[in-house]
Design a protein around this ligand. Structure first.
Ligand code: URA
Ligand code: CA
Length: 431
């Protein structure tokens, strides 16, 4: 087989066979096919697309390029949730204990990652004593006994994806539905998920800013999952403004606790119910999405979800007293209000710009080496659609220094107040 023939085939709009796709991914992983040929193929795929069979083959070839995690020693259907990333997305912290309380095992592998705030692991480490250094055996027995545990990512998963993603980044081929969908799905499958729930975000703070693109990506990933034997569902959700009120590690833990107590922000609760219902349904805990949602609502009102969160914290060395006394979480020394400069309705809170303001405060990492301040972040006091009067606080800034003039300017630039505005629809679709 010659790589040049495969590039030509795809360039001319023909489909690649399973063997041809394997040849490319194996050859690329082992440095037998050079970057320039793979970038030419990526560009051909960008223009010519791939059919569902090619997309599934590409996904599996990337899974097979590295190690895979075997969760077969954990009983039950392991449902994993993946978000394409947004600002102040506190859903994982809520969903893990909520879904476990519904009887579905949550065997979560999580990363730190770059971004506006830390990853789920960083957020959990805001809980005094909480640690994720579990052996593989401890992890499995915790999930078997308690239905919930979180461990750091390890192992050389999907090396082909790592190489290809880096190459796409510098060859203007990131924005290709078959390439994005196979990239995300290969990582989930290699991590051992039996079933997958996807939260595909759309809007300013999302990777897929356009709603139609988000819908196409969601359908592509659901098709891949179902073709390779992993039941997959997706929610398309709005990320034009941050999710919930809290953006920052400690603040989001507190927001998750409020939500598990049934007192969280309406949008965060709505999304957690939409995603959680799919997780419970795919995990076999309910016969329909409606039945799953009823069950989750009950667990939020009868205190069982909150109780599960305490158990989870205790199991991993953390102090469960934070649930009843959030002042035990790291607290920023300064709280500074951002007063509205005009009357009206909040018509925009541009998610990515607000996320950057949180990062400037120290809530997230700009590079792998950056150190996060778990205590800092933003608490939104208003959301899009809310009325506001001059002088009322739009945002409370939790800072580790008194001078936050640059953060205030960023926030003013990201928040628009108009004569009228409506609350945006959060759940845009379900696949
Ligand atoms: N996220 C990924 O993991 N892969 C892509 O290709 C795009 C976004
Ligand atoms: Ca939030």
């Amino acid at each position: 087989m010659r790589m040049v023939d495969l590039i030509e085939k795809k360039r001319d709009g023909h489909e690649l066979t399973t063997e041809e796709i394997r040849f490319v991914i194996e050859g690329y992983t082992h440095d037998e096919i050079p970057d320039y040929q793979v970038s030419a193929l990526a560009m051909a795929i960008f223009f010519r697309d791939m059919n569902d069979r090619e997309r599934a083959d590409l996904t599996l070839a990337m899974v097979e390029s590295g190690e895979t995690i075997d969760l077969s020693d954990i009983r039950g259907v392991k449902v994993d949730k993946h978000s394409t990333g947004g600002v102040g997305d506190t859903t994982t912290l809520v969903l893990a204990p909520l879904v476990a309380a519904a009887g579905i095992p949550v065997a979560k592998m999580s990363g730190r990652g770059l971004g506006h705030t830390g990853g789920t692991l960083d957020k959990l480490e805001a809980i005094p004593g909480f640690h994720i250094e579990l052996s593989r055996e401890e992890f499995a027995s915790l999930v078997n006994e308690s239905l919930i545990a979180v461990i750091g990512q390890s192992g050389n998963l999907t090396p082909a994806d790592k190489k290809l993603y880096a190459l796409r980044d510098v060859t203007a081929t990131v924005e290709s539905i078959p390439l994005i969908a196979s990239s995300i799905m290969s990582k989930k499958i290699a991590s051992g998920a039996d079933a997958i729930v996807l939260d595909v975000k759309t809007g300013a703070g999302a990777f897929m800013k356009d709603e139609e693109d988000a819908r196409r990506l969601a359908s592509a990933m659901v098709a891949i999952g179902n073709q390779v034997g992993r039941n997959t569902m997706a929610v398309i959700s709005d990320m034009s403004q941050p999710l919930g009120y809290a953006i920052g590690n400690s603040l989001e833990v507190q927001e998750a606790i409020d939500t598990l107590r049934g007192e969280g922000p309406a949008d965060l609760l709505e999304l957690c119910l939409a995603l959680g219902s799919q997780m419970v349904f795919l995990g076999g805990g309910a016969a329909s999405l409606e039945e799953a949602e009823e069950l989750l609502k009950e667990l939020l009102t009868n205190g069982k979800a909150l109780e599960k969160f305490k158990e989870f914290i205790r199991n991993q060395g953390g102090n469960p007293a934070v649930v009843d006394d959030p002042s035990l979480l790291p607290q920023a020394p300064y709280r500074i209000e951002l007063p509205a400069r005009q009357n009206g309705f909040v018509s925009q809170m541009i998610a990515d710009e607000i996320g950057t303001a949180a990062m400037v405060l120290g809530a997230g990492r700009a590079t792998k080496e950056s150190v996060i301040d778990l205590s800092v972040g933003l608490m939104l006091n208003k959301k899009v659609g809310d009325s506001v009067k001059v002088g009322e606080s739009l945002v409370t800034i939790h800072a580790n220094q008194e001078d936050v003039a640059d953060v205030m300017e960023r926030l003013y630039a990201a928040i628009e107040i108009s004569a009228q505005a409506e609350t945006p629809l959060l759940v845009r679709g379900v696949v």
